[in-house]
Design a protein around this ligand. Structure first.
Ligand SMILES: Cc1cc2nc3c(=O)[nH]c(=O)nc-3n(C[C@H](O)[C@H](O)[C@H](O)COP(=O)(O)OP(=O)(O)OC[C@H]3O[C@@H](n4cnc5c(N)ncnc54)[C@H](O)[C@@H]3O)c2cc1C
Length: 373
């Protein structure tokens, strides 16, 4: 008999988990409250970045990197992924020293993907960068992809592998059946399975709470700006050491500016509102680093809702209160890159109760709220 799994949430993590399960022969249904890619997965900055990651995340990000390089083999499309590089610039000598320490720390741990470059090489990589920039930390084969194209590629691949995707199905509760299975109750029906994945993004902690598990996790409301089209002037994605910035030019010539500037999110109404003052800050940093941006018109801005953990690391692993339920959420602003590999890890945990993929640092137990009693 086919093993059955339910995946709650049709973001990139839910779709990736579903795809890996289905490819291993499981019968899988994804329940998505709105439509796939409705929240963070469809509207993020598309950064495919190992640069600057928490050292506990690097091993999984490396696995994901290999999958991005071969994404067409996995899902039939490259998701628009281009290994155009990621560059973190130093605006003074103190920051450059900090970057050198970081690269040394990583080398001591056996990671060699981050490389410090001097002023001249930084200028060669970023001809339009402001003159005060003194150097940078670079990962040459990181890059960027198109978020919605990637989501759609995973959706198509999942469907082609036999996954059923139920859009407009909002999960309300989980119940244990008399036979020991899990029943997932949604607003328009219920589904039974031996394993359930909680990939509900900012709403995943509520799913955990519904089975008596309080996982410490808040929300983020990251904003993005997109400008009018400009002639090509920058290839890599650019960030800075001390100021929040993510800056990239898309294939169409528009410039995407983000970096974690926060708007206001209300998970209860599924809305996120841009904070104009913070947005102006993001634009200000961008023009200070790329003076040619002065006077460029902003076409649109938006804000997304995402789960954020206290240590900015995801929650990946089996529930501590509900055997058979596996969590995958709390990607804290950098989960797009991890999705191909995290989905594989979650699928293995669901199928075998364990995985050799490097997800041990993300176990839910570290964030369980203990009652004061
Ligand atoms: C503006 C912005 C920029 C970002 N830039 C980057 C970047 O450059 N690089 C990077 O690596 N990461 C980036 N991120 C982070 C990245 O987008 C997220 O980490 C990732 O998309 C999380 O995917 P997910 O599938 O866990 O969540 P989501 O995409 O939020 O998906 C969760 C899904 O669950 C559904 N759902 C919720 N509750 C229920 C329920 N009860 N029943 C059924 N369905 C439910 C929701 O409708 C939603 O579709 C960015 C995020 C934002 C907001």
């Amino acid at each position: 008999m086919l093993e059955r799994a339910i995946v709650i949430g049709g973001g990139l993590h839910g779709l990736s988990t579903a795809l890996h399960l289905a490819r291993s022969g499981w019968s899988v249904t994804v329940l998505e409250r709105r439509h796939v890619g409705r929240h963070s997965s469809g509207i993020n900055a598309g950064g495919v970045r190992r640069l600057g990651r928490d050292v506990r995340e690097i091993a999984l990000a490396q696995v994901a990197h290999e999958m991005w390089r071969n994404l067409r083999a996995l899902v039939g499309d490259d998701g628009g992924f281009r290994p155009s590089g990621q560059v973190k610039v130093a605006e003074n000598e103190t920051e450059l020293t900090a970057l050198e320490h970081r690269a040394t720390e990583l080398r001591a741990l056996g990671w060699t993907h981050e490389e410090v470059v001097d002023r001249a090489e930084t200028r060669r990589l970023l001809p339009a960068i402001a003159p005060h920039v003194v150097g940078a930390l670079v990962v040459r084969d990181d890059g960027a992809a198109d978020p919605m194209r990637t989501v759609m590629a995973f959706r198509h691949a999942a469907l082609a592998s036999g996954v059923a995707i139920e859009e407009g199905a909002s999960v309300l509760a989980l119940e244990r059946t008399a036979g020991g299975n899990l029943r997932v109750v949604a607003d328009r029906g219920s589904w039974e399975a031996t394993r359930v994945a909680n990939c509900a993004g900012a709403w995943a902690p509520a799913i955990a709470r519904s089975v008596g598990e309080t996982i410490r996790c808040g929300v983020k409301a990251s904003m993005m700006i997109v400008t009018e089209r400009l002639p090509r002037f920058v290839e890599p994605t650019v960030s800075t050491v001390a100021r929040p910035l993510s800056f990239k030019q898309t294939a169409a010539g528009t410039v995407l500016i983000g970096g974690g500037h926060q708007g206001r999110a209300d998970p209860a109404t599924e809305t996120a509102v841009v904070d104009v003052r913070n947005l102006a800050r993001a634009a200000g940093i961008a023009t200070e680093l790329f003076p040619l941006m002065r006077g460029v018109r902003i076409l649109r801005s938006w804000c997304g809702i995402e789960a954020r953990t206290p240590d900015d690391l995801p929650v990946i692993g089996e529930s501590t209160t509900c055997p058979g339920l596996v969590h995958s959420f709390g990607y804290s602003g950098h989960g797009f890159q991890l999705a191909p590999a995290a989905g594989a890890a979650v699928a293995e945990i669901m199928m075998r109760g364990r995985t050799n993929l490097p997800v041990a640092p993300f176990a839910p137990a570290r964030l369980i709220e203990r009652s004061a009693a």
